[in-house]
Structures are given as structure tokens and as C-alpha cells.
Design a protein around this ligand. Structure first.
Ligand code: GLU
Length: 446
């Protein structure tokens, strides 16, 4: 075996991936890239009812948009025989047993245990069935579910984020690895894949910690070497509440549609929850070089989608007009004005979607804002404003003329004019903006 680092991102294609999934994907990706290793995109699609091709395509599109590239794709649905082989091995070892309880019966057992103040761990009743009892149950109920017989000892591992973790096998129910309807569950499939594909590092959410205890036992039973595990904390909303319900609205595809820049998302999600500051990083290589999983803490991590906006704005400021020429042309901005349009707007937008509002303002004019006490002043000023196209000098010469005529200067001169022409208290430099301004609605308002 080589000592090449191999990681994987293993989403189930049962929905659009969101910021929480991205955190997992990114950590695994960065580790593999830092070590010159391999990154596998593994589609966990053994649940045929809930897995959809549309989501597989969506996952790939989202990762491509972010520039997270994979070395190969593996699909669990294409590997069912491997899982059957592993199941057979476990049966032969006496570590796999068929159980026939219905969900209602299991629920009742759990309630009874809880009532008696005992942990709701499966009582292994099925292990004690005689052959005759088992045959009778099978005849009556059909095939049962297959459970893995855990060793009732502690499984300990050195977690890349949590430090030493120990899971007591006696406190966990023997996990069902194959359902009564024959569906292979992720717990088994993942163990087989991680072992056969030589995965060396697994980073995933801390909701998998108990699962890891179980999976290490299964791997060891099958003769495999467990990878290094690291469990990152789960994301919460800015108030510390569960984010799980809101994750549906934090799908990567929605953030993309809102105009969030990939660089903003990557910069935030690769550092959030660590002791390293979140700073805009434009190049993936910078994220790779600076990534250190040991700097992540175990406390829940607050996530605020609003943080993506200033990062996006900052990223856009690094771009040239040529970088966004397609977006600018799509608005109908003539090529010879693109450079100026971008120079004027780039520090006044949060996302590229905001460009449209500026172009509308320049081509259709802004609804003026004129305070009562400035009405007379603005009327006088507009009489001095040249008719026809404005140029680089228009603002300077116009305001000089207005100053001379009205005696106003400084803020008292400039602010009412900005308000009248743009409808806003601040924005781009007026001198630079004037040549783009095609309509002055204020002329009709005074
Ligand atoms: N398909 C699993 C999930 O999305 C993968 C977990 C793992 O990384 O092992 O939760």
C-alpha cells in the first residue's frame, strides 16, 4: 500500500447540497490537495427511492462552480455486489444476524427501556432465536433486517478535531446494515468503500461520531485498517440555533443564483470555526496552503449567510472590466463604455446583480430626492446643467458655475445635486459618473 493521502466527499444525492455539505467537501478536498493526494467524489446512492440523477448532476455542478475538482467518481449503486460479499463474510464470522421486529415493536421496546430508566439499546432478542423460531418468523414476516453484532467494548480513536474519542459498544444498538427490503445501508457501504478505495482520511460532521465507533468495529471485523477520522462541529444560525431547518434555503445553487462569488464561499467555509481569521482568498492554492484541520474547534460554529456579501463585494473589487465583460455586455452597456461603467460601479455593488440597477439609473435616470429647502437651489443649478451628452469635465465645470451663481459650496453644494441626480446620498464619484448619465429626471421635477 502506498502512503498516498486519499480523501472523499460522499454526499447522498437526495437533495441539493448546502453550506454544511460544502464544509465537509472542502475540508476533505483541501487535505488531499495539500498532500498531493487524491480526492474521490463518492455518490452514496444505495437508497434508490430517494436518490435522484438530478441531484447527482446538481452536486457536480456546484462543485465545479466552486473549482473543487475530483479525481474520480464512485457510485455505491454500482458496487452492491461488494457490499453483499462483505455481508456474507460477516455472516460467516457470526457477526451478522437477522432480526424480525417491526418498527412498532422496536419503538415499544425503546419506550419500555426508557420508562425503566435504561438506555434504549436494542436487546438482541433476535440473537437468541432458535433456528425453528427464525424459520417461523421468516415464513410469517418475510426476510428480516440484518444487524451487526458489536463488540461490547470501547472503540477509541484519535480524532483530528475532537482529540481522543471513545465510544462504548455496549451503549449502542447493533446497527442494521441491510434493511428487511434488501437495501444496503450507508454504514456498511461506506466501510467497504473506505477500505477498498484506500481512503486515508475521513472528515465529516460530528453527527457521525457514534457511527464512527460502529464503522471502526465493522472495518476491523472485515480486516481493514480504519482511516484517520476528524469530525467537524455542526453549523448553527447566527443566534446559535439549529441550522438544520434552514439549510434548505442555504443550498449552494441558491447562493450562486443570489450572486455570491465562489471565492467568498470558499474563503468563509474553509476557515469558519477555526482559529484562523476569515479573509478573502482569491486563489484556491492559498486556501490549500493555509489549511490546518487542527485549528478547528469542537464548539458549534455560527454561520451567517450575510457574511458572504462583503466577501463577495471585496472579491468583485479585485476584478477588471475584462473579467466581467460578459456580464456588462449582457446589460446592454456599449463596449466603449464598459471600462468606465465598471470603474464607476465596482465599489458600489455587493453582487454582480447590482450592476443592473446602476445601468437602469444611468439610462433611465433616477427619481430625484430634493429637500424643500433645496428646491430653489436645485432649480437654479439645473438651469446651468448643459443639455446633451455629459463628459469628463461636466461635473467640475457645472458645480463651479453653480457655486458662482448661488454662493453655495462644499457639502451644501454637492449633496443636494447628488441627491437630485441619483436619488441617493452616496455612490460613485460624481465626476466619473456624469458621462454615463443619460437622463436627468430632476429636470422635470423642479
Ligand atoms: N453519505 C453520508 C452523508 O452524507 C456520508 C458520510 C460520510 O462522510 O461518511 O452523511
Amino acid at each position: 500500500m502506498s502512503d498516498k493521502v486519499i480523501t472523499r466527499f460522499a454526499p447522498s444525492p437526495t437533495g441539493w447540497i448546502h453550506v454544511g455539505n460544502l464544509r465537509t467537501a472542502l475540508m476533505n478536498y483541501l487535505i488531499s490537495q495539500q498532500q498531493g493526494g487524491e480526492f474521490i467524489l463518492r455518490i452514496d446512492d444505495t437508497d434508490q427511492n430517494r436518490s435522484k440523477e438530478e441531484y447527482v448532476d446538481g452536486i457536480k455542478r456546484d462543485l465545479e462552480w466552486l473549482g473543487i475538482t475530483w479525481d474520480r467518481v464512485e457510485r455505491q449503486s454500482a458496487r452492491l455486489e461488494k457490499y453483499e460479499e462483505a455481508a456474507e463474510k460477516l455472516r460467516e464470522m457470526g457477526r451478522f444476524y437477522e432480526a424480525f421486529e417491526t418498527p412498532t415493536e422496536l419503538d415499544l421496546k425503546r419506550k419500555k427501556q426508557l420508562n425503566m430508566g435504561r438506555p434504549p439499546v436494542y436487546d438482541r432478542a433476535a440473537l437468541n432465536l432458535s433456528d425453528a423460531e427464525r424459520d417461523a418468523l421468516r415464513a410469517e414476516r418475510g426476510a428480516g433486517a440484518w444487524r451487526f453484532k458489536l463488540n461490547q467494548s470501547r472503540t477509541v480513536w484519535q480524532d483530528g478535531i475532537l482529540g481522543e474519542v471513545s465510544i462504548d459498544g455496549a451503549s449502542v444498538s447493533d446497527p442494521v446494515l441491510i434493511r428487511a427490503d434488501g437495501q444496503i445501508l450507508y454504514t456498511l457501504a461506506s466501510v467497504v468503500d473506505d477500505t477498498e478505495m484506500g481512503v486515508t482520511h475521513v472528515v465529516r460532521g460530528s453527527d457521525h461520531v457514534t457511527n464512527t465507533g460502529t464503522q471502526i468495529q465493522i472495518m476491523e471485523a472485515l480486516g481493514g485498517t480504519p482511516p484517520s477520522f476528524a469530525h467537524h462541529s455542526l453549523l448553527t444560525d447566527p443566534q446559535g440555533g439549529a441550522l438544520s431547518k434552514r439549510l434548505g434555503t442555504l443550498a449552494l445553487k441558491d447562493l450562486r443564483e443570489q450572486g455570491i462569488a465562489p471565492q467568498a464561499l470558499l474563503s468563509l467555509m474553509s476557515r469558519l470555526g477555526s482559529s484562523d481569521p476569515v479573509e478573502l482568498r482569491v486563489e484556491m492554492q492559498e486556501l490549500i496552503d493555509g489549511f490546518d484541520i487542527s485549528r478547528f474547534g469542537s464548539a458549534p460554529t455560527k454561520f451567517d449567510a450575510e457574511d458572504l456579501k462583503p466577501l463577495t463585494a471585496r472579491y468583485l473589487q479585485t476584478l477588471s472590466a475584462a473579467d466581467v465583460s460578459d456580464e456588462i455586455a449582457a446589460l446592454g452597456v456599449p463596449a466603449d463604455q464598459a471600462e468606465r461603467f465598471w470603474a464607476v460601479t465596482r465599489e458600489n455593488i455587493t453582487t454582480l446583480h447590482d450592476l443592473e440597477g446602476w445601468w437602469t439609473l444611468f439610462t433611465q435616470g433616477a427619481d430625484p430626492v430634493i429637500a424643500d429647502e433645496d428646491r430653489e437651489f436645485v432649480a437654479q443649478a439645473l438651469e446651468l446643467l448643459p443639455v446633451g451628452a455629459f463628459d469628463d469635465d461636466t461635473w467640475a465645470s457645472w458645480t463651479a458655475a453653480v457655486k458662482e451663481k448661488t454662493g453655495r459650496k462644499g457639502k451644501g453644494l454637492f449633496m443636494p445635486l447628488r441627491h437630485a441626480l441619483t436619488g441617493m446620498p452616496n455612490g460613485p464619484d460624481m465626476g466619473q459618473m456624469m458621462p454615463l448619465l443619460q437622463v436627468v429626471k430632476a429636470r422635470d421635477a423642479v
